[in-house]
Design a protein around this ligand. Structure first.
Ligand SMILES: Nc1ncnc2c1ncn2[C@@H]1O[C@H](COP(=O)(O)OP(=O)(O)OP(=O)(O)O)[C@@H](O)[C@H]1O
Length: 271
């Protein structure tokens, strides 16, 4: 079943298009990856869906979620939906936390805003959420600066999944992490997606992640989609010269794909 249907989405700045006529569907539980070079419009597209564009940008078109056009939602209605039905995880995990509030307080504020739960139950839920991303419950009382980048990104994933959203929009979640932490965070996201059954809109530069996790792929260039389809057809039989050049510029992809096909086990991302 279609969860989100984006139709003819365009984003402009002072009359100049940044994203033009973008259309795609995400099915329930599906992992859709958006790839493309820096500046191709991936983040602007993802931000437009949840009303997270910078104030100088305007969006038009449709983003139908359960049949309702999100672009027509009031700010208040969208705020209610964001975090509960549609959640975001950003590259800049630092920005997801207020430095002078404990990790626990962030969870508590979220739960207080969206649910009517007694204090003890809120605390239990937050601690369980931290444990679900491999963190100790004692992280509840720590301040953001007392956590590593990987731990903070895990906390932001736990926070994003707290209300069991149907759709998780993830914008380069590992760009600021070292490769081992990045690998762990991606595996965690994949496990949690399996567990919760949420759909994932995943923005990345790294085609190895796409090869491993995506069902469908969108390729963006200069604000427009140049190719889209299922993972195998886009990565193994790319039609557009731009997709071909992206794949060619990602030498580790052919390596990863050989390893996957041959059942090799040397590549971190293939295990
Ligand atoms: N608030 C803004 N004001 C003006 N231009 C913007 C704004 N936000 C984004 N842009 C421009 O829109 C274009 C698309 O940006 P976007 O962030 O979506 O690219 P991206 O594909 O996500 O790139 P990256 O992979 O580097 O994050 C870029 O040319 C960017 O400079």
């Amino acid at each position: 079943m279609t969860l989100l249907s984006v139709n003819h989405l365009s984003v402009q700045i002072a009359g100049r298009p940044l994203v033009s006529d973008v259309s795609f569907d995400i099915q329930q539980g599906e992992w859709l990856a958006i790839i493309g070079q820096s500046g191709s419009g991936k983040s602007v597209t993802a931000s437009a869906i949840g009303h997270l564009l910078a104030p100088n940008l305007t969006a038009s078109g449709e983003a139908l979620y359960m049949g309702e056009n999100l672009l027509e939602f009031s700010a208040k209605k969208m705020r209610r939906l964001r975090g509960t039905s549609i959640s975001y995880v950003f590259q800049d995990y630092q920005g997801s936390f207020t430095p002078f509030h404990t990790i626990g307080r962030h969870f508590d504020e979220f739960l207080k805003t969206h649910f009517r739960l007694p204090k003890r139950e809120r605390r239990n839920r937050a601690e369980r959420a931290l444990e679900s991303v491999g963190l100790k419950a004692e992280m509840y009382g720590r301040y953001p600066f007392q956590l590593s980048g990987g731990q903070l990104q895990r906390s932001s994933i736990a926070l994003a999944l707290l209300a069991k959203p149907d759709l998780l929009i993830v914008d380069e979640p590992t760009a600021a992490l070292d490769s081992i932490s990045a690998f762990k965070v991606l595996r965690l996201l994949a496990d949690l997606q399996q567990e919760t059954g949420c759909a994932m809109l995943f923005i990345t530069h790294d085609l190895r992640h796409v090869r491993k996790h995506a069902d469908q792929i969108i390729v963006m260039k200069q604000g427009a989609i140049v190719e889209q389809g299922d993972k195998e057809s886009v990565l193994d039989r790319p039609q557009h010269p731009y997709t071909q050049s992206l794949i060619a510029a990602s030498p580790s992809l052919s390596e990863a794909s050989d390893l996957l096909r041959g059942g090799g086990s040397v590549c971190h991302y293939c295990n």
